[in-house]
Design a binder for this molecule. Structure first.
Ligand code: DAT
Ligand code: MG
Length: 225
């Protein structure tokens, strides 16, 4: 299925792509990944291109566990929190990511332990709301842990979620449509490439990720001409 797409070629290097290779390339995880794993690929901005000049397609098996940021194999950890599960919003939330064209590569129901919740929210451990946050996540209602893949999924996922405080979330966002309290905002999404990689590694073993498939609409959704 991916045979054609994994042949990596050098796109005619424009001055900007050379610049990207020499400067941004060193700075971003996307480019670090691309430089290491795909030495033959040319970087334009953060995208890699195959010989046909189309954005690079990786065989699912070749995608790093934490995703390849800046490519269409970028990954984000998205979690429906206990209130979202209890309020039976799982289907509606998954439907939004599917409708956007993102690809589901990891999915499981988890009742988080205190240790897992504390690790997941470690950067917030000094905040006054931390004990309540951990209690709410670990009370016994499960969460739906997911990994979604696709172009710009980390940033777009955050935009789809809406602001942390649902009262400041736009009405069309998931939080703006379904939640009103900051302490019960229903869903989590990775906030950058580093947290995505860390969170995916925290919640999913490599064998729990099914990346080696392609949605039927993938080419329509991901093409840039
Ligand atoms: P986000 O989930 O949008 O990335 P965050 O990482 O700052 O937001 O905080 C993690 C979660 O902690 C957030 O989804 C809800 C909770 N939280 C944040 N600020 C809070 C506050 N002031 N009171 C209660 N809970 C809060
Ligand atoms: Mg956060």
């Amino acid at each position: 299925m991916f045979a054609n797409s994994v042949r990596v070629g050098l796109r005619a290097a424009s001055r900007s792509s050379v610049r990207a290779l020499s400067t941004q390339a060193r700075a971003s995880p996307a480019a670090r990944y691309s430089a290491g794993a795909l030495a033959a690929g040319a970087v334009t901005g953060f995208m890699l291109y195959n010989m046909a000049g189309n954005p690079l397609r990786l065989d699912g098996k070749a995608v790093p566990h934490g995703g390849a940021p800046g490519t269409e194999n970028e990954r984000s950890f998205i979690m429906i929190k206990p209130d979202g599960v209890s309020r039976q919003l799982v289907g509606q939330i998954i439907a939004r990511f599917e409708a956007r064209g993102y690809k589901l590569v990891g999915l499981k129901l988890v009742t988080p332990s205190k240790e897992l919740a504390e690790k997941h929210y470690a950067d917030l451990s000094s905040r006054p709301f931390f004990p309540g946050l951990v209690k709410y996540i670990t009370e016994g209602t499960p969460v739906v842990a997911m990994v979604w893949e696709g172009k710009d999924v980390i940033k777009q996922g955050r935009a789809m979620l809406g602001a942390t405080n649902p009262q400041q979330s736009a009405p069309g966002t998931i939080r703006g449509a379904h939640f009103v309290s900051v302490g019960r905002n229903g869903i989590h999404g990775s906030d950058g490439p580093e947290s995505a990689a860390n969170e995916i590694a925290l919640w999913f073993k490599p064998e729990e990720i099914s990346g080696n498939w392609k949605p039927a609409n993938w080419d329509w959704v991901m093409a840039d001409n």
